[in-house]
Design a protein around this ligand. Structure first.
Ligand SMILES: *[C@@H]1O[C@H](CO)[C@@H](O)[C@H](O)[C@H]1NC(C)=O
Ligand SMILES: *[C@@H]1O[C@H](CO)[C@@H](O)[C@H](O)[C@H]1NC(C)=O
Length: 168
């Protein structure tokens, strides 16, 4: 079992101190997210269509294309089809969203809002991020850094820190 992951821990801090002016129109799927108490930034720009079953909360979100972006050196991948079940403050049974840890793409299976934090779970572990890091939608390709690429201090403002421990 040399390669089993025994503990996995992510910490991310995103502090948004500047507010780039929004130039794109916001499709209603982002309003749906807000109606369930989630910030719009859980989805990148580029959602084309979505379906939501009111009674079950099962949803399908379609993007133009697969969408990958890097935030401070860590990659997230949104497939062109994302499914899951949404209810207030809980999105579960998610498929189509992955985070790359070291050499591995791990599926984010559950996203839960707890007060002012968003908790992402990859199944074996979870990590919390401040909700104010998600008030804007990341863009495919450049994530949150499309506008703010100035002054060289961004690395200190937005820090992402992943650590992991491999057991034997
Ligand atoms: C679905 O939910 C929306 C918003 O709560 C509501 O306006 C609409 O009537 C619902 N549709 C059905 C079929 O229940
Ligand atoms: C979870 O989602 C898959 C599709 O990705 C679906 O087939 C399955 O029925 C869902 N499970 C539950 C418990 O909703």
């Amino acid at each position: 079992m040399a390669s089993s992951i025994s503990i996995f821990f992510i910490t991310l801090t995103l502090l948004s101190t500047t507010t780039p002016s929004p130039t794109t129109t916001t499709p209603s799927v982002y309003k749906v997210l807000e109606s369930f108490d989630f910030p719009i930034g859980l989805l990148p720009e580029g959602v084309t269509t979505y379906q939501l079953d009111n009674t079950t909360g099962n949803f399908i979100v379609n993007l133009d294309n697969d969408c990958t972006f890097t935030i401070q050196g860590y990659q997230l991948k949104y497939k062109s089809k994302i499914t899951g079940t949404i209810s207030k403050d809980v999105i579960k049974n998610i498929s189509g969203i992955q985070v790359k840890i070291l050499f591995f793409w791990l599926s984010i299976v559950e996203v839960v809002r707890v007060d002012d934090e968003i908790q992402f779970s990859v199944g074996i572990a979870s990590a919390n991020f401040p909700v104010d890091g998600f008030y804007e939608c990341p863009q495919c390709g450049c994530g949150f850094d499309c506008v703010n690429k100035v002054k060289g201090e961004i690395g200190f403002k937005n820090s992402v820190f992943f650590s992991y421990l491999f057991g034997n």
